[in-house]
Design a protein around this ligand. Structure first.
Ligand code: 7GP
Length: 837
């Protein structure tokens, strides 16, 4: 609304089309050209949104050339390729990333400036592509970036949801409200509709075995839906390689159902067409829980079937026999969501390609790879057999066949062990019976991995223990998520000042160290260089001011930038223990309230930030948000404490918000109950940006501490092996919290008494701790408070703190997604880099 235009000078706009070509003038020329032709708008009369669109279209032209060249060379050389099947890709914004990867950011900044725009304002117009919930989806996005940067022939396959993750609003009472995210409302310049690439996908209908001595069957009738491809270009960093992410959209097969139409049932016909379009309408906003909704299963099959059909068509173009499929194709299953690809490939090989069962199974088990992302029992996918039989009758037959042969081989190895057969069956007994997707993914894959050392060990010793005993340990591996940290986005892009300081200090071009993060180790000697430390600290300070400015302009709060910035940003979940953090904040508040003025003088001010979404049906997680918001309301207004303690819940956490928060953090919290966070990935991003880590001995925290040294992280809490015993104690020999942890009891009682309003509202949340305390808050509270005190203490010595910060960044080499993707490429997929000339 406040924008002023026309912008720039009319003469400059006119001259733009006539200037002799230099790098910058060819940019302005292409920009002005897109304004006039693609956008059909008048030049010299354009708002920031229009400018963003013109810039995006112009950058897209650059990408398209590389994208076509990459595709052409892959087709010509026909190397083995890998396909990353993920129901979520949390891409965030594209323009800035594309500019940096192309090495054109400075030229574009100059070009748009000539026309009267600031590149920052333009970049800010882009809406996040938020087709994901959290870690799993962001990891997929980072892996695509790294694959392209490492010149690896990898494509992503996902769904083109009309609505991404919901927009989070906070009501006056502090409740999370969910609004739809119509991210495609302003045309998306980054996708290319491929109306020529489409497949017919069947649901329901009848499956009949031929009964001719072959395993073949027919599948007919039911509903047929069209899958149409939309392609998204994935540029590599400082390379021509530009890979592809193919997203499927569902459409009715023929506008609408002709049969109903002929029968005069117009409404029925429109309904059928709506139900086809509904398949890709919305991303399910739950992570770590399964719901058993038919539409979700439809999404999973629709996407895996379309992707496999596409992969198969490409393979067939090479002209090799189908038995060589695994020599040309590796398919990575991002958790169990795409597991139906296993019975679907069996169906194609048997029913359509007429392969014998054993050949088909041989092909399948050499093609797929399965990554597990959580050991939480409520997140292990299961589908009711009756639903599967109804929606996918042929696949259910195949799953039964797989199970029969599988259990026969288990019986052979462990004769008479009925318990074991029951435990390992793909079908869980009960009402209804359910298909255990993790087991199907495991036996249908060539290799299985977890995402950090501890997590991979837990996979092997808990949820897949029987499978390790049966199939042998060598099938089970680990690829630590160095991943989620794309060195480009999560340093160069979100923290440009730190990036330039590193380049000038190391005397190495960023094109080099951004692609070899281990080079950061050369920063270590500079911990002793006072001038360097000063500059390092000054950059952190400016990043804090940038965040404060962002909060001021978007929310109207004034933040004390002389305070320590303490950040916890992630999905709201009991296992991630945001509740522990907020109870710790209350504890600090109560302690400050009891201090004398003299004591307060010694206290270092702290600002605590939270951000994150809760699944809409996750009542306890939503109560935690409400508590945070209401505690903030009280303490930020309290004259006794407000200079020393501030608390903010920043609504609508997103990739873009993370890009502002992460570089500004002094300390970040990763405080899951030991053994519950598979890896965590923001922990690495904070550390890369010189933020220190306060955490439990869990997930990738452990490996981060191994790299940076335990003296540079703040660890607390019980260790994984103790968790089971502690839970047993809670259940069978509960000790009242008053006795076990008086400090925590006091905090809980203050909340119950209504210190933050709504006395009764928080009881269900508090009761999760008072009764059962599954996530062990009462066991870890005291050591948590002690760790927070150690952080305070350490922060007082700013020289040593900055040294820790530098050391932390310097030792993050291992956690590059480039390293992770190379491990997948070499040890799993067996694919090689392809130089695109
Ligand atoms: C997450 C894990 O919780 C997190 O620890 C890990 O870093 C991340 O995956 C990437 O590996 N899991 C999910 O986001 C998720 O939805 C359920 O898991 C399938």
């Amino acid at each position: 609304g406040k924008e002023k235009w026309p912008r720039g000078e009319e003469k400059v706009w006119k001259d733009a089309m006539r200037d002799v070509d230099t790098e910058v003038t060819s940019i302005t020329k292409s920009f002005v050209n897109h304004v006039q032709t693609s956008l059909a708008r008048q030049p010299y009369n354009l708002d920031n949104l229009g400018a963003y669109q013109a810039a995006a279209l112009s950058v897209r032209d650059n990408l398209l050339v590389n994208w076509n060249e990459t595709a052409l060379q892959y087709t010509r050389k026909a190397p083995k390729r890998a396909y990353y099947l993920s129901l979520e890709f949390l891409m965030g914004r594209t323009l800035d990333n594309a500019l940096l990867n192309l090495g054109l950011k400075d030229q574009y900044s100059e070009g748009v400036k000539k026309l009267g725009f600031s590149v920052e304002d333009i970049l800010d117009q882009e809406r996040d592509a938020a087709l994901g919930n959290g870690g799993l989806g962001r990891l997929a996005a980072c892996y695509l970036d790294s694959s392209a940067s490492q010149e690896l022939p990898v494509w992503g396959y996902g769904l083109r949801y009309k609505y991404g993750i919901f927009q989070q609003l906070i009501s006056p009472a502090g409740d999370q409200l969910e609004a739809p995210d119509p991210w495609l409302d302003n045309q998306n310049p980054w996708e290319l509709p491929r109306l020529d690439v489409s497949y017919e996908i069947r649901f329901y209908g009848q499956a009949e075995r031929l009964g001719d001595g072959t395993p073949r069957a027919t599948w007919s009738g039911g509903q047929e839906v069209l899958a149409v491809a939309y392609d998204v270009m994935i540029p590599g960093c400082y390379t021509k390689t530009t890979n592809n992410l193919r997203l499927w959209e569902s459409k009715p097969k023929r506008g609408f159902d002709l049969n109903s139409f002929n029968a005069g049932n117009y409404e029925g016909a429109v309904e059928a067409s709506n139900s086809a379009a509904a398949i890709t309408s919305v991303l399910y906003p739950n992570d770590h829980t399964t719901f058993g909704k038919e539409l979700r299963l439809k999404q999973q099959y629709f996407w895996t079937a379309a992707s496999l059909a596409d992969i198969l068509r490409r393979f067939k173009n090479i002209g090799k026999p189908i038995t060589e499929f695994p020599d040309y194709v590796a398919i990575q299953l991002n958790d169990t969501h795409p597991t139906l690809a296993i019975p679907e490939l069996m169906r194609i090989l048997i029913d359509e390609e007429d392969q014998p069962w054993s050949t088909a199974w041989q092909i399948v088990t050499n093609t797929f790879f399965y990554t597990n992302h959580t050991v939480l029992p409520e997140a292990l996918e299961k589908w009711p057999v009756p639903l599967m039989e109804h929606l996918l009758p042929r696949h259910m037959q195949i799953i039964y066949d797989i199970n029969l042969l599988f259990l026969q081989s288990v019986e052979k190895k462990f004769p008479g062990d009925r318990d074991r057969l029951g435990r390992m069956s793909l079908i869980e007994e009960g009402f209804p019976k359910q298909v255990r997707m993790a087991y199907l993914a495991c036996i249908g894959s060539r290799k299985v991995n977890g995402v950090a050392e501890l997590h991979s060990d837990l996979v092997k010793t808990t949820i897949l223990k029987d499978f390790v005993e049966f199939e042998g340990i060598s099938k089970f591996g680990n690829v630590t998520n160095g991943s989620e940290l794309t060195p480009r986005r999560w340093l160069d892009q979100c923290n440009p000042e730190l990036s330039s300081l590193i380049s000038s200090t190391l005397k190495v071009d960023k094109a080099v160290w951004l692609k070899d993060l281990t080079r950061l180790e050369a920063l270590l000697p500079f911990t002793e260089d006072e001038a360097f430390r000063k500059e390092w600290a000054a950059i952190k300070q400016r990043n804090k001011e940038r965040l404060a400015h962002h909060v001021q302009t978007t929310l109207g709060f004034t933040i004390n930038t002389n305070a320590m910035f303490d950040v916890q940003i992630k999905r709201l979940h009991e296992y991630k223990r945001q509740t522990l953090n907020i109870l710790g904040v209350i504890h600090r508040y109560l302690t400050l309230k009891n201090m004398s003025a003299a004591e307060k003088k010694k206290v270092n001010p702290r600002v605590v930030f939270f951000a994150g979404k809760a699944a809409p049906a996750y009542y306890i997680a939503k109560l935690t948000i409400r508590l945070i918001v209401n505690v903030a309301r009280i303490i930020n207004e309290d004259p006794d404490t407000k200079d020393l303690l501030q608390l903010y819940f920043l609504p609508d956490y997103s990739v873009s918000l993370a890009e502002v928060l992460i570089p500004a953090s002094d300390i970040s919290q990763h405080i899951s109950t030991a053994g519950t966070e598979a890896s965590g990935t923001s922990n690495m991003k904070f550390c890369l940006n010189g933020g220190l880590l306060l955490g439990t001995v869990d997930g990738a925290n452990i490996e981060i501490a191994e790299e940076v040294g335990e003296s540079n992280v703040f660890f607390f809490g019980h260790l994984t092996p103790a968790v089971e015993d502690l839970r047993y104690q809670h259940t069978y020999h509960p000790t009242p919290i008053e006795e076990k942890c008086p400090a925590l009891a006091n905090v809980l009682n203050q909340v119950s008494a209504g210190l933050f309003g709504d006395a009764h509202v928080y009881e269900p949340l508090l009761n999760t701790i008072r009764q059962g305390d599954h996530y062990l808050l009462s066991d870890d509270f005291d050591s948590y408070i002690a760790a927070l005190a150690m952080v305070d203490e350490a922060y007082l010595d700013q020289t040593e703190w900055v040294k820790k910060s530098i050391r932390t960044t310097a030792k993050m080499g291992k956690f590059s997604s480039d390293r992770a993707i190379n491990e997948y490429a070499e040890s799993y997929w067996n694919i090689e880099a392809q130089k695109i000339a």
